[in-house]
Design a protein around this ligand. Structure first.
Ligand SMILES: *[C@@H]1O[C@H](CO)[C@@H](O)[C@H](O)[C@H]1NC(C)=O
Ligand SMILES: *[C@@H]1O[C@H](CO)[C@@H](O)[C@H](O)[C@H]1NC(C)=O
Ligand SMILES: *[C@@H]1O[C@H](CO)[C@@H](O)[C@H](O)[C@H]1NC(C)=O
Ligand SMILES: *[C@@H]1O[C@H](CO)[C@@H](O)[C@H](O)[C@H]1NC(C)=O
Ligand SMILES: *[C@@H]1O[C@H](CO)[C@@H](O)[C@H](O)[C@H]1NC(C)=O
Ligand SMILES: *[C@@H]1O[C@H](CO)[C@@H](O)[C@H](O)[C@H]1NC(C)=O
Ligand SMILES: *[C@@H]1O[C@H](CO)[C@@H](O)[C@H](O)[C@H]1NC(C)=O
Ligand SMILES: *[C@@H]1O[C@H](CO)[C@@H](O)[C@H](O)[C@H]1NC(C)=O
Ligand SMILES: *[C@@H]1O[C@H](CO)[C@@H](O)[C@H](O)[C@H]1NC(C)=O
Length: 548
């Protein structure tokens, strides 16, 4: 299987490409208009597959064609049911805790999968292409073929990846002849008990779990950094910033919109959206999940392959362990945080969305989001992880002292309103703005108070991160992100595509927890500071803080 991107002028190559996928949004308008319309995503026509044509980001005369088109089995697709696909209950263990014997079995499973012919739906080659196909716009939406299909940047992200792992695991079980075999999870959020390094089982060169396209500076014992903007080299600094990223992306992300992302229905076009029509990417996806992709990929390669770009990410066996942890965190978010259970979306366009995968007999199966929402029905569970408590109970220190608004105004920081009030504002390496705060206390029906960065526009030629702070106008790219002023980081993965490189999206961060800790909940205005890292120009169209 090819492990790098190949470029050639005007020729059709079995290469690949990258498309990040991003999008975002939340406006009451969209919410009101779209609720109730029945337009769930349906399974695409696999015959209508589009190889993508791109130019090299470093050499505009070089063309790339990438083919993520999936094999089409001769038989009619099956429809999933729990009755047809019984699963033995099994517990996925943390990668750094499994025995040598288990690592040997795991390695054997991937050897068998990699030994299958490329066109076998169960082969590692095809398994990797599945992710590429649904990230890289190989197919069109069933109900609106003018719009390409994408499973990232919205509420589809978590359930699609849960199914992806489920079928991948069933195939590995079947190849081993062991229905109790499970994937491991890369416990990168564990900042105490050994999870926050690249798991040793994936490191030795030459095994089926190895991938050479990784950041060679991040092999053990390098500590994981959950955001590209994590600063400092000191382990205490890194650990505290990691804990705050987890706290922000999971604990304070109390609503389904914040954590999972928001609506993606037939007709939603993430490649060509406006402020009003862009879907909203969840914090777990745009934050720590993208952070690990960035940390693992090889920065010596143009698009940080393999993990650093979605098209090639799943060619690294560590991908499946990474996503098992994302899947574990979804359960943690839902069932096991202070304040009681949290609710997934319950919109019928979410529940009725459909996907295709291949089963362990290489047959196409149609599944729904509805059937992915309860891991126990799929036989999957995770052990309780003691070190979760570190981020669940993280107590970010407050750096600022009272409202920073007057001081900011005195040095010329302007106010910024909701789109379209201020038009397009170029951010450069960042900027501060004074933003109106919503009424306090919020009404009893308010679920969260959020900052919406509206109409963010970027050309995705390289990795870009936008980190936001409240009440810290001096913040810059070197600012420690372990504090109560840190709102979160939104990571934009690069693409080489001309056709799909432009992005307009909205970004949402929870803000009330920060304002309470800082003691500025009664203020009528707050200072928001956005720090941009990367070389691509970034602009926005408005800032809005609202109770939702
Ligand atoms: C760009 O690609 C073309 C076609 O492959 C090649 O002839 C040319 O030398 C390349 N230019 C650079 C600067 O690499
Ligand atoms: C891994 O092993 C192969 C084959 O021995 C070798 O060519 C390659 O340089 C090694 N990679 C690294 C990163 O050491
Ligand atoms: C980039 O490549 C150089 C030269 O091969 C190597 O020494 C370095 O470790 C690589 N850097 C990373 C981050 O992998
Ligand atoms: C941290 O490490 C980087 C290289 O990884 C180095 O450039 C930088 O100077 C170090 N910073 C400190 C404060 O030691
Ligand atoms: C398809 O989606 C696009 C983009 O949302 C929309 O403009 C168009 O009206 C839709 N077409 C149909 C037939 O629904
Ligand atoms: C985006 O929409 C405009 C008009 O609405 C259209 O001309 C353009 O082709 C679309 N771009 C993509 C990538 O779909
Ligand atoms: C759907 O979710 C909303 C808000 O999250 C909640 O108010 C409503 O009761 C839920 N409906 C059902 C049928 O569960
Ligand atoms: C915070 O500001 C107040 C009033 O400006 C001042 O009295 C107090 O000492 C400051 N506290 C700290 C910790 O700087
Ligand atoms: C945004 O618009 C408001 C109201 O017109 C104005 O006061 C403010 O200066 C503008 N801000 C920027 C950054 O242009």
């Amino acid at each position: 299987m090819a492990t790098s991107i190949s470029w050639a002028r005007g020729s059709l190559l079995q290469a690949e490409q990258l498309i990040p996928c991003v999008s975002f949004l939340f406006t009451l308008l969209l919410f009101t208009v779209s609720t109730g319309s029945a337009s769930p995503i349906g399974v695409p026509d696999l015959q209508q597959c589009e190889p993508a044509m791109d130019v090299s980001p470093t050499n505009q005369t070089m063309m790339l064609t990438l083919n993520c088109c999936l094999p089409i089995p001769a038989h009619k697709p099956r429809v999933f049911s729990f009755h047809k696909y019984k699963s033995k209950p099994r517990v996925r263990q943390a990668a750094h805790t499994v025995s040598d014997a288990y690592i040997a079995k795991y390695t054997r499973a991937y050897e068998l999968m990699k030994a299958l012919p490329d066109d076998d739906p169960r082969s590692f080659h095809t398994q990797a292409k599945i992710h590429c196909a649904f990230c890289n716009f190989a197919y069109r939406q069933a109900g609106n073929t003018s719009v390409p299909l994408q499973v990232h940047f919205s509420w589809l992200f978590l359930p699609w990846h849960r199914w992806y792992l489920y079928w991948h695991e069933r195939i590995l079980q079947s190849l081993l002849g062991d229905p109790t075999f499970t994937l491991v999870f890369w416990n990168w959020d564990d900042q105490r008990d050994g999870g926050n390094v690249m798991p040793a089982m994936f490191v030795p060169n030459g095994t089926a779990l190895y991938d050479r396209n990784r950041n060679q500076n991040n092999l053990p014992p390098a500590l994981v950094k959950l955001s590209p903007t994590t600063t400092g080299n000191d382990s205490v600094e890194i650990v505290n910033q990691n804990l705050n990223d987890m706290y922000r992306d999971v604990v304070t992300a109390t609503t389904a919109e914040l954590f999972m992302g928001d609506a993606y229905r037939t007709g939603t076009d993430i490649t060509n959206s406006t402020v009003i029509t862009a879907p909203l990417e969840g914090l777990i996806e745009g934050g720590v999940h993208n952070g690990i992709h960035y940390w693992t990929g090889d920065p010596n390669l143009t698009l940080m392959q393999d993990m650093g770009t979605f098209t090639t990410a799943s060619r690294d066996p560590i991908f499946y362990a990474h996503h098992s942890n994302v899947d574990r965190l979804w359960d943690k978010w839902k069932y096991d945080l202070p304040g009681g259970p949290r609710a997934d979306h319950n919109d019928s366009d979410f529940l009725d969305a459909e996907f295709y995968f291949y089963d362990e007999k290489a047959r196409l199966v149609k599944v729904t989001v509805r059937d992915a929402l309860d891991n126990s029905k799929l036989g999957i569970s995770y052990p309780s992880v003691a070190a979760d408590e570190l981020w669940v109970n993280y107590d970010p220190p407050v750096m600022s002292n009272g409202s920073a608004v007057e001081a900011a105004r005195a040095v010329g920081v302007a106010t910024m309103g909701a789109a379209p009030q201020n038009g397009t504002i170029f951010l450069g390496s960042g900027r501060s703005a004074i933003v109106k705060a919503p009424s306090f206390p919020p009404s009893t029906t308010t679920k969260a108070t959020v900052l919406v960065i509206q109409g963010l526009q970027v050309t995705r030629r390289s990795f870009v991160s936008l980190t936001a702070f409240v009440n810290l106008p001096s913040a810059n790219a070197l600012t420690d992100t372990s504090t109560a002023e840190y709102l979160g980081t939104f990571n934009i993965i690069p693409t080489a595509s001309i056709k799909y490189s432009h992005l307009t999206t909205n970004v949402m961060f929870e803000i009330s927890n920060n304002m309470q800790r800082i003691g500025i909940t009664h203020e009528h205005e707050v200072v928001i500071t956005m720090v941009v890292t990367g070389v691509e120009p970034v602009s926005i169209q408005g800032l809005l803080i609202e109770n939702v």
